[in-house]
Ligand binder design. Structure first.
Ligand code: ZN
Length: 677
């Protein structure tokens, strides 16, 4: 009985042997994989020699190879080509895996070896990368309470238990409130302005609920088109208020007390572990490093973007006056923005698509990678794959050296989740003088070809492809020693730099000329269209910036200060929003009670990252603007200092080596057209 997941992959470049893997192989493979990983950990902890970097830290980082590879195969399949059986297996094995990682985290013998090394790190003569790895391993224990005495350890576990319950409850309440509401329309006149597609969806929803007419809900696919297109202002107000008052109605689903409990418990937890606040705890492992830095970056952007935002708001207000509106309200924003945008730019997304035939765009992104980094993508057919639609490439550099395997999976299928992402089947590392190269994949859900038409991408899909390809480059160009520091294994607020910087090439005529040609006439895209794309992408950027900043500031206010004395969620929130407010406050609404990003998911003290990443990519791209967007020297600098370095060093140090300075907000403000206003 041979299980392909438990043997060394003998395929070319040790790629995953998809065609040999059956669903029945997974569970026994996980059991055996965990067993092998445990045995490797035991070898480390039972070693009678004194701990050394090699016999402890390095051994730990290279342990669990079988488990890692089979996990990446399994969980990637669960995202890209899943079925009931795979989902069932996932449900079963996920607890095994968390139990296994908990066991490591709580392994006292292992921690003592790591700690001995950490405390003696100055005398170990480690390289920068080794130091980073030691620090990372040590923190994975200490940040989970390994240094606490037994009483405090018990306290921490108690807090963690309460917190996970509260977050779960928070999410359930938001969901219950979202599901409890529907807007039922019987008179078609009331939803005038709504596009046909959205109307049909609402009709279908009504049918499902065995109702006549149209039903709208607070789910985004229903809510967003309604707020953007429906002419009826009273109904927009009604729906907006329903949306904004979720979990803020003093009923059984109310989240106000839960918000207060969560922030206070997080604060306590941080204090227990020796941190000033929860934000200090989180930001220790971020490029931004401290809440003070996040706040000064936010304030800087706010001061510079606010005048532009006010001008835009006035422009929008006077535009709405033709409908007799004196005071623009929250439920008018999306509606008039869309109308004004159409008036100003009239950029027909459908008319753009013929310039972006999928095959041309892929070749375009390969050409860009070739011009910048000297990479060559050779399509090959002898790599095993999980679905016939997947394309496989062998990537080589200028010298012809093998760099990576690249998988690309473009079209929607039953069994593939929504969205687009980059992932990998094998990371990169160097061991015994061998540089073991990575297997990287991008998975998308692009418009499919039809019998009469090839796959033509929207401009949004084009930037998505460049974005995911940027992540893929981060994986493919990786050149580090240790697997856990390789490629995209970097801090959260740094990981979007390679992806977002690559999107910039989509707005440059010189780059578009490489691939953006009409698929029938072969005409290149015109400068006029490119300018229109740029202008419309910056439309109302001031208002958008203020909105994003306000969410980030709310997050940081909840988590960056001692929350002990906060007792009213709405009042606290209102005081935070005072600086960024454009629309009048709505008394019966509250953002925090449904702010799932920070109270349910793992994004607390992290919301700023969206803007932070934009600042970074604009600032980094500025160097290409200055030296030429295909300047090889600049591209080399990017590879040498960032794309190849993974998480081997603090991101700010890597960034400064590339850019020669710390990032600032000027390039972003310039790109967004906010500086000249
Ligand atoms: Zn991304």
């Amino acid at each position: 009985m041979s299980n392909p997941l438990l043997q060394k992959f003998k395929s070319k470049h040790t790629t995953a042997p998809f065609s040999k893997i059956k669903n029945k192989h997974f569970k026994p493979a996980f059991i055996e994989g965990i067993k092998r990983a445990k045995a490797e950990i035991n070898t480390i902890t039972n070693n009678t020699e004194v701990p050394t970097f090699k016999n402890t830290i390095e051994a730990l980082d290279f342990s669990g190879y079988t488990l890692d590879r089979l996990s990446s195969v399994f969980f990637n399949l669960n995202s890209a080509e899943t079925n009931d059986e795979i989902q069932k297996i996932a449900q079963e094995v996920s607890p095994w895996l968390s139990e296994f990682s908990n066991d490591i985290r709580l392994n006292e013998k292992l921690f003592q070896r790591v700690k001995t090394l950490y405390e003696n790190r100055k005398n170990l003569e480690l390289t920068i990368e080794q130091n980073t790895l030691l620090d990372k391993k040590y923190k994975s224990f200490s940040r989970n309470g390994a240094n606490l005495n037994d009483t405090d350890k018990a306290k921490l576990r108690e807090i963690d238990k309460k917190l996970s319950k509260l977050s779960l409850q928070f999410g359930e309440n938001v969901l219950a409130e979202t599901n409890a509401y529907e807007l039922h329309i019987l008179n078609e006149d009331e939803i005038k302005g709504l596009p046909q597609g959205a109307k049909e969806a609402a009709q279908l929803l009504a049918k499902e609920k065995e109702k006549k007419g149209w039903v709208f809900t607070l789910d985004y696919p229903s809510y967003v088109p309604f707020m953007t297109y429906v002419n009826n202002r009273e109904l927009r107000e009604k729906l907006a208020k329903a949306f904004g008052s979720r979990a803020f109605k003093h009923n059984k689903n109310d989240n106000q007390q839960i918000v207060l409990d969560i922030v206070k418990l997080r604060h306590k937890r941080a204090n227990l572990l020796g941190y000033k606040t929860h934000a200090h705890f989180v930001l220790e492992e971020r490029m931004a490093e401290t809440p003070e830095k996040v706040l000064s970056f936010s304030d800087d952007l706010l001061v510079k973007a606010k005048p532009a935002a006010k001008l835009e708001f006035n422009q929008l207000t006077s535009y709405a006056q033709k409908d007799g509106i004196e005071q623009l309200q929250k439920w008018d924003g999306a509606y008039y923005s869309e109308k004004l945008k159409k008036d100003l730019f009239d950029l027909d997304q459908e008319a753009l698509k013929p310039y972006f035939r999928l095959e041309n765009v892929i070749n375009g992104v390969f050409k860009v990678a070739n011009k910048l980094f000297g990479l060559q993508f050779n399509k090959v057919d002898d790599i095993d794959k999980y679905h016939e639609e997947v394309k496989t490439y062998e990537v080589t550099n200028l010298k012809g050296d093998f760099i990576a395997i690249f998988y690309a999976d473009f079209f929607p299928r039953k069994g593939k989740r929504n969205g687009a992402w980059m992932t990998s089947y094998k990371s990169q590392w160097i061991k015994d003088d061998e540089n073991s190269r990575p297997h990287v994949s991008i998975v998308c859900n692009f418009t499919k070809p039809t019998e009469t038409q090839p796959s033509l991408l929207t401009f949004n899909e084009v930037t998505t492809l460049f974005h995911e390809f940027g992540h893929a480059l981060h994986g493919m160009l990786a050149n580090t020693t240790y697997p856990s520091l390789s490629g995209t294994s970097v801090y959260w607020d740094f990981v979007e730099l390679p992806s977002q910087i690559l999107e910039n090439w989509c707005y440059e005529k010189e780059a578009l000329d490489l691939f953006a040609r009409h698929y029938e006439s072969n005409e290149p895209i015109t400068q006029e269209i490119v300018q229109k794309i740029k202008d419309s992408s910056n439309f109302l950027e001031g208002i958008q910036t203020l909105r994003q900043l306000s969410f980030g500031m709310l997050d940081m206010s909840w988590h960056g200060k001692d929350p002990t004395n906060i007792d009213n969620v709405k009042d606290f929130e209102a005081s935070v929003f005072a600086d960024t407010r454009l629309y009048p406050d709505v008394a019966e609404n509250c953002m925090s009670t449904s702010f799932s990003h920070i109270f349910q998911g793992g994004y607390s003290s992290g919301y700023y990252s969206y803007k932070w990443a934009e600042v970074l990519d604009a600032d980094a791209f500025e160097l290409f603007k200055e030296t030429g967007i295909f300047n090889k020297k600049t591209a080399n600098k990017l590879t040498k200092n960032i794309l190849s370095q993974g998480g081997t060093e603090k991101p700010m140090a890597l960034y400064k080596r590339f850019r020669g300075k710390e990032p600032n907000t000027d390039a972003l403000l310039k790109r967004a057209g906010l500086l000249k206003k």
